[in-house]
Design a protein around this ligand. Sequence first.
Ligand code: ZN
Length: 363
Amino acid sequence: MNVKMFGEICDAFGPSGFEEDVIRTVAKYCKGLELENDAMNNLYARMPGEDPEKPVVMLDAHTDECGFMVQSIRENGSLEILMLGGVILTNLPAHTVMIRTRSGKLVRGIISSKPIHFMTEAERASQSLSIETLSVDVGAVSRKEVTEVFGISIGDPAVPEVSFSYDEERDLCFGKAFDNRAGCACIIDTMTRLCGEKDQLAVRVTGAFAAQEEVGTRGATVTSQIVRPDLAIVFEGSPSDDFYFSAAQTQGHMRGGVQIRRMDKSYISNPVFIEYAEELAKKFGIPFQETVRRGGSTNAGKISLTAKAVPVLVLGVPSRYVHTHYNFCAKSDLEAAADLAVEVIRGLDAEKIRHICRQDILK
Ligand SMILES: [Zn+2]
């Protein structure tokens, strides 16, 4: 796994609906692949010269990250914001964001709430936050300055201001948006490794980098119709749970390997596909952990409902504190996810696909 590539993708600006910078960065690392984008910021990567008769495995990852949009500009120069994606409000005050203006300039802002010094006793006691009471301060003193000097308009998008770094000694990645730039990096790694052996594969492989997952898996609604996959692998930067449960109950240990997701709110996984993947993980010594999620959802929910129904394998990279500014993940877990996808694709043949698609049940 190319850490420099992963870092650049994480640093790219891309809240839901504004993924252009991410798809350009992804494209930079899709060497040798054919690329196409659509009007929604979905990006498709294909291996040139594939046999059109072969079944298609779609590799999905969403490109968007949780972010914000400028909703209005107050007379005093502070900005009201809306959230793009699900963020807990108490994680926001005193953090910085980058706002992208219409001319493409990035402006730093501090997410602020009323300072303790100005709170009434009742406000101090309740400590409640609402998105309407948070604001972003860019250091301006008037609405006029915000619009005319800073060039900020309502509707401008914003993301957490965080720069990626990698601690080689500890195999530790730090940065923002691991949900789901981890998945984007896994698609690139998987496809560039398999491209040279495409003629030996029983399937075609299409990378589908989907926009707007965080606002309701919207991009995958389109990508699954365009690609019309026979099988799919969804990569996710999934929440690591190792600080919240006992060792026995933890299903998302950082450094515990790729998570194979059995269920979440959007999808009950195809057990035949999972058993096949787990056999390969054991055979090739790829660390994995099984997860049954009480909540959460992925693009698998949408993809699985396409056409004649699509078996989907959901692979997670345990990432700490997703949907907040700062994340940690282990490079070894990224590699486990991509390694497993590579072996799953290499191992597919017509009979296995029939079995996974349950075409042998009535025989
Ligand atoms: Zn995600």
